[in-house]
Write a protein that binds this ligand. Sequence first.
Ligand SMILES: NC(=O)c1ccc[n+]([C@@H]2O[C@H](COP(=O)([O-])OP(=O)(O)OC[C@H]3O[C@@H](n4cnc5c(N)ncnc54)[C@H](OP(=O)(O)O)[C@@H]3O)[C@@H](O)[C@H]2O)c1
Length: 241
Amino acid sequence: MQIQDRVFVVTGASMGIGEATARALAAKGGKVALLARSTQALRTLSHELPDSFAVTVDMTDFAGVREAVSKVHEHYGQIDGLVNNAGRSYGSTIEKIDPAVFDEIFHLNVLAPIVAIQGVIPIMRSQGGGSIVNVNSGTAFMTIPAYGVYSSSKRALLGFSMTARAELEPDGIVVGEVYPGVTATNFGKNRMVNEAGDGPAGSYAEGDTPEFVAGLIVQAIEEGGAQYFANDYIRKLAGVL
Ligand SMILES: NC(=O)c1ccc[n+]([C@@H]2O[C@H](COP(=O)([O-])OP(=O)(O)OC[C@H]3O[C@@H](n4cnc5c(N)ncnc54)[C@H](OP(=O)(O)O)[C@@H]3O)[C@@H](O)[C@H]2O)c1
C-alpha cells in the first residue's frame, strides 16, 4: 500500500520502535495517529509530525482502545493502516509467574492487537481495504529460560496474525508481521519482573536501531508480505531459510 496521504494508527508511539515508525510514515507523507499512555511524549512528537494526532490510551483497557480507534476515525474520516506495536516483556521463570502479570502481558501483547484489529476492520472494509502490521519478536521461535510469558505471547500473536491474514484477505485487508531481533530501545528497562528479578538484562544498548525496524514495518506496509525478519538467524529459526 502507498503511504503518502494515507492514515495510520501506530500503537506504542511514545518511544522506541513505535516512535521511529511514526516518524518513518510521516516522512513518506503518511498521517499518523499516535497511541500510547505517555501523553506528554505523544504531544511532543505530534508537534513535530505534520497532520499527526495524539491519543492517550492504555491498550489493556479494551473499551479505551475501541474509543481511541473511533476518535482517530472521527478526526481523519478514514483509517488505512494499523501498526500494532505496543508491547512489554516479563522476566519470570514458570515457577514464579504471577497470574496477574501474565494476564497483563497477554492482554497487551495479544488481545489488544486483536481488539484494535476489530476496531479497524469495518472502517477498512468500507474503504475497500487496508494494511495491518503486527510487531512480533524473534523470541516467538526461541526457548529462553525466564522469558516464557513474553515469547509465548508472541507465539500466540503469530497464530492470530496468520489467521487474520487468511480471514481478511477477501476484504482487501492485508495482515503482515515484522520480527525484530534485539533492538536498542528502552524495551529491556520497561520489562516487568518478578521479585527475584528474573529474565534477560535490563537495557539493550547493543542491537539494531529502532529506525531499522521501522524500515521493515514500512516495507511490510508497502509490499504486503506475510512476514518480515530482522536477520537470518530469526529467518532460520522460523524455518524460512
Ligand atoms: N526492543 C527489542 O529488542 C524488541 C525485540 C523484539 C520485539 N520487540 C517488540 O517491539 C515492540 C516495541 O518495543 P520497543 O522496543 O519499542 O519497546 P519500548 O521502547 O519499551 O516501547 C514500548 C511502547 O509500548 C507502549 N506501551 C507499553 N505498555 C502500554 C500500554 N499498556 N498501553 C499503551 N501503550 C503501551 C509504550 O508507551 P507508554 O509507556 O507511553 O504507554 C511504548 O511506546 C514491542 O511489541 C516488542 O515486543 C522489541
